[in-house]
Design a protein around this ligand. Sequence first.
Ligand code: NAP
Ligand code: 8YV
Length: 321
Amino acid sequence: MSKRTILIPGNIHQRILARLTDIFTVIRISTADIALLNDQLVNEISGIASMGVIPNSLIARLPNLEIIAHFGVGYDVIDANYAARQGVIVSNTPDVLSEEVADTTVGLLLNTLRELPQAENYLRQGRWAKEGNYPLTKLTLRGRKIGIYGLGRIGLEIAKRLEAFGVCIEYHTRSKKVDVSYGYRSSLLELAQQNDTLIAIVPSNAATDHSVTSEVLSALGPQGVFINVGRGTVIDENVLIHALENGVIAGAGLDVFEVEPSTPTRLFDFPNVSLLPHVASASIHTRDLMADLVVDNLINWFDGKPALTPVIETINLQRSI
Ligand code: NAP
Ligand code: 8YV
């Protein structure tokens, strides 16, 4: 394999940097801005390893770019259709994180319903000894009807885990899955009408952005709970805050936000909301697997083989070996 030049704009996992540096010439710039590259580099770069936004303006100006290896399964920060038109393959990191994200989702659901972080804080603050038992929680998982919005790799892992909790499970996706026994609802509104707990694990795209509307939240009902581990863009945060303020739903658990890392401080005031700073896949174990997949996609590609995990939009650019 000839020594190729890989661009890393912005932050990247240390393991990616270490492994790439052994094999490739690595160029780092602070942000994905073409103005930060001189003409020689512009011509030399044939791959990108990244975890943030890659603007079309950068893709357009790198004449020898062949592949963008993205760190993360969600790749809404890259216009993959544009990359495909430019002949640039995009890879992501599916599967290796699904179980971790599903584990975290169940944790977030329980935290939201049973107020476990608040109860722990109560103990740590010495209030148990001074004030007596933590109050009984208003919400419970017992008897809940769970609607999963998105039954892909991660949604399925969430469903499998929730089965063990003995709760009722249904789902909504654009197409009914043939190999699952969970009840299918052909619209998100219908899913919310038939269930009291909505877990969103869909990618961000034009169809899913702001799709959890005030009508969907109302349909969950006053005992309703909304859990979001997909992307913050699935709901307008003002709509969610309004629903929480007015008792339209009973609580929410969020790992993702509309404009990260900022989080609307108004959410901090709700005792019935559990918040996590986008940590669903964030263990050393799982992030190492994701990092390896980024690197292995690049190695395979520049070794003349197909990329390991190309995104669907660029799959036709795969090498056939
Ligand atoms: P996936 O396997 O591609 O699953 C996506 C699911 O969403 C599929 O079931 C798909 O079914 C459904 N879907 C897509 N568009 C839809 C629409 N308009 N309406 C209804 N359903 C729709 O992806 P995954 O690996 O499970 O990951 C899902 C997403 O989770 C990622 O894209 C990422 O945004 C997010 N994520 C977040 C974290 C975190 O740290 N919080 C970690 C990993 C992933 P149909 O195609 O049949 O509609
Ligand atoms: C990561 C994620 O936090 O994979 C995804 O889509 O949202 C998370 O696993 C993120 O991609 C790391 O930047």
